[in-house]
Design a protein around this ligand. Structure first.
Ligand code: DSN
Length: 450
């Protein structure tokens, strides 16, 4: 049974022609806005991003690039893609942008295809230490085409001031020297500390490797100026547009001008066919939004909230991987809180209480990636909805209460009600009862949170 529809989506008017899909979209809108969204890779996009994504641009075929398409009728599409490229390069200070990758995975694949020959060696982060599937998972096509070797994080120290579990640059250098990779990949999908490109650059130069920085997670923090930019340090930067950057689902590649042709050819026709120009338009909207001063404030608030969340979770008895956070996410090691509690169970119980997050491996996790001993919690989405450090402390307490009393149905029901009230006071879209709220305004012509 789905969640009862209590709010109704303001975006589904035209879907009334298909009541089955309309009902499901509306239920999902209600789920997103009446439960807490703590998945670190998700966000609430603006109505303007949603409008571009749902526009007639989805009707158009535009294989190729602006000024050089395989189909007619692309004058306006060319302007749209040029605008998206121009905004992306301006936002990140890059020489060239390719805004066509359908996803972050495709952006990474395109870079490997552009810079490597089949069988070349790539040095990337271990998956169980925070690397992404496309960083050489045995289950990913990347490991069939290229030879991946890996680095990880340092062991935990137990010392509060220097807790460890940070990227082990001695290991990066040792493995780079012994394996002589053609490409080094910096970046992670589950790492709560700042990743600097410079130490990777230095090692890449020592062994004659190229450097790719996968900025899927921190892209919005980089755009907002709260994390250091890898642009100009790494040869190529890939990112997703839908996480901290708060745009539509998709990917992009930034590179120097001398690599532009290779990267473009690898995206199309190397990897993809027709670009999703409705999504490209939505990326342009998101890049435009990220240039506004409000976005820098948002990015600062995301990190401030994550730090407050980390402190409150520690006070609840959770051990945090690396002792805390510098970005938008917290990685919780559940074993200190309750050795019997797995990430899988915690995710399921929290879901029933209206707290949406994902289980995650912790470094050297004794449990399988399907079960795990950890949770990954992010602040990007609920910061967009207007929540601040005080609410993060409330959410941490709700998580502690839910997991401590996970077999007690009345506790789960009570938490679910508290979550519903919290979400109603901080609506991602529209106003709270009484007219308040700081998420996205639904008034026409507004493209920024209030
Ligand atoms: N699945 C994404 C994440 O959650 O980090 C990465 O692709």
């Amino acid at each position: 049974m789905g969640h009862p529809v209590t709010t109704g989506s303001p975006f589904t008017r035209w879907l009334e022609a298909d009541p089955e899909v309309a009902r499901l979209v509306t239920e999902e809108y209600d789920r997103q806005t009446s439960t807490l969204q703590l998945i670190a890779s998700e966000n609430f996009t603006s109505p303007a991003v949603l409008a571009a994504t749902g526009s007639v641009l989805t009707n158009k075929y535009a294989e190729g690039y602006p000024g050089s398409r395989y189909y007619g009728g692309n004058r306006i599409i060319d302007e749209i893609e040029e605008l998206a490229r121009r905004r992306a390069t301006a936002l990140f200070g890059a020489e060239h942008a390719n805004v066509q990758p359908h996803s972050g995975a495709n952006a990474n694949l395109a870079v490997y295809h552009a810079l490597l020959e089949p069988g070349d060696t790539v040095l990337a982060m271990r998956l169980d230490h925070g690397g992404h599937l496309t960083h050489g998972s045995p289950a990913s096509v990347t490991s069939r085409n290229w030879r991946f070797v890996s680095y990880g994080v340092t062991p935990p120290t137990g010392d509060e001031d220097h807790p460890g579990e940070v990227i082990d640059f001695d290991q990066v250098r040792d493995v780079a020297k012994s394996e002589q990779p053609r490409l080094i990949v910096a970046g992670s999908t589950a790492y709560s500390r700042t990743i600097e490109a410079e130490p990777f650059r230095q090692i890449a130069d020592e062994v004659g490797a190229r450097l790719m920085f996968d900025a899927a997670h921190p892209a919005g923090l980089i755009a907002g100026g709260v994390h250091p930019s890898p642009v100009g340090v790494a040869d190529v930067v890939t990112f997703t547009t839908h996480k901290t950057l708060r745009g539509p689902r998709g990917g992009a590649v930034l590179c120097r001008a001398d690599l532009a042709k290779k990267v473009d050819g690898a995206v199309f026709p190397g990897l993809q066919g027709g670009p999703l120009e409705h999504v490209v338009a939505a990326k342009a909207v998101a890049f435009g939004e990220a240039m506004a001063p409000e976005f820098a404030r948002y990015a600062r608030r995301v990190v401030e909230n994550a730090k407050a969340f980390a402190a409150a979770l520690s006070a609840e008895g959770f051990r945090l991987v690396s002792g805390g956070t510098d970005n938008h996410m917290v990685l919780v090691d559940l074993r200190a809180f309750d050795p019997e509690l797995t990430g899988k169970t915690a995710q399921e119980v929290l879901d029933r209480a209206g707290i949406t997050c994902n289980r995650n491996t912790i470094p050297d996790d004794p449990r399988s990636p399907f079960v795990t001993s950890g949770l990954r919690l992010g602040t990007a989405a609920e910061t967009t909805a207007g929540m601040g450090p005080d609410q993060m402390a409330v959410v941490a307490a709700l998580i502690g209460r839910t997991l401590r009393r996970r077999d007690d149905e009345p506790t789960l029901a009570a938490v679910r009600e508290e979550v519903r009230s919290l979400c109603a006071a901080f609506p991602a879209y529209g106003s709270a009862p009484g007219g308040g709220g700081s998420g996205w305004s639904l008034e026409r012509g507004t493209a920024r949170p209030r």
